[in-house]
Design a binder for this molecule. Structure first.
Ligand SMILES: [Zn+2]
Length: 74
């Protein structure tokens, strides 16, 4: 079950709740009882979404054709 971080705007406390994704947008109540809370973006709550953006830059293979290869552009 994903974990969501919330921040209370009344007392400034941050807290986390575990709830199903279907209730991710539901309002959360501060442990102190305040209802003026905002949900924080958490990058570590959901597993599987990270490490999906590995850079795929193939190194330039030296096969000739480069201008600077022969020292022509000095
Ligand atoms: Zn509070």
């Amino acid at each position: 079950m994903p974990r969501y971080d919330f921040r209370c705007r009344s007392c400034g406390a941050t807290f986390e709740l575990r709830r199903p994704m279907s209730q991710a947008g539901d309002p959360a109540v501060c442990p102190q009882g305040h209802e003026d809370t905002v949900k924080l973006l958490s990058a570590v709550a959901v597993t599987g979404a990270a490490s999906a953006g590995a850079p795929r830059q193939a190194p330039a293979s030296g096969g000739g054709g480069g201008c600077c290869g022969g020292g022509c552009c000095g």
